[in-house]
Design a protein around this ligand. Sequence first.
Ligand SMILES: Nc1ncnc2c1ncn2[C@@H]1O[C@H](COP(=O)(O)OP(=O)(O)OP(=O)(O)O)[C@@H](O)[C@H]1O
Ligand SMILES: [Mg+2]
Length: 235
Amino acid sequence: MLEVKNIELSHGKLQVLWDISLTVGEGECVGLLGANGAGKSSTMGALMGIYPLQSGSITFLGKSITEFEVNELIMLGIALVPEGRKLFTQMTVEENLMMGAYIKGKRASIDAGLESVYSLFPILKEKRLQMAGQLSGGQQQMVTIGRALMSKPKMLLLDEPFIGVAPKLVIEIMQALREINQGGVSMILVEQNVHRALEFVTRAYVIENGRNVLEGDAKLILSDEHFQEKFLGIH
Ligand SMILES: Nc1ncnc2c1ncn2[C@@H]1O[C@H](COP(=O)(O)OP(=O)(O)OP(=O)(O)O)[C@@H](O)[C@H]1O
Ligand SMILES: [Mg+2]
């Protein structure tokens, strides 16, 4: 479904991705792991068309999307839940959700989108007219996920969606993400808590300094010695 081949990317003069490749199958949920600064968010930004590539290629549903811009990618069915949420805190929950409804003017489809977000996260319906900034961290994260769902994505890119979320809500949000995935939406999950990530995904990639260092199914990664030493502090 998604095929990323040997991508390179720089922020100004600083090269951050040197050679990243990954694939995601139809309906698959894949993890992207790595230390701070490894290039996880840069990879997500590249997939969303936020940062242009220096080299390499990206194919989605058989189509080359290497040069596509954000709005075209949203239309094709890719949506990003960005690191740090990026909500409009002075706007209501519902206004924030509407920002994600890409096809403007089709009121019926926007309403259906809102209803499906509210059935996934009922608390957001209760708080739909409150300013997003008044919600708890976890509830704000629900808004961010809901906003991404408003464009009816086929693939959801989740960049550390559990940061600043209370443990109880982490479980609730994970269940919702599972439901979304079982509904056929493929996912890439960037997550700091590697145990949590590897419980959730079936397969993962580990990157270091903008390069792939390890990939495979979740169990295999957990048993890798280099990975244990680096990420789990086991020597
Ligand atoms: N917009 C930007 N402009 C300049 N440098 C950036 C920008 N975004 C990221 N960087 C740098 O690129 C490198 C990779 O950052 P990136 O955010 O992709 O890593 P990450 O794996 O997501 O890290 P984290 O776990 O901290 O979120 C880092 O050295 C970072 O400082
Ligand atoms: Mg990041």
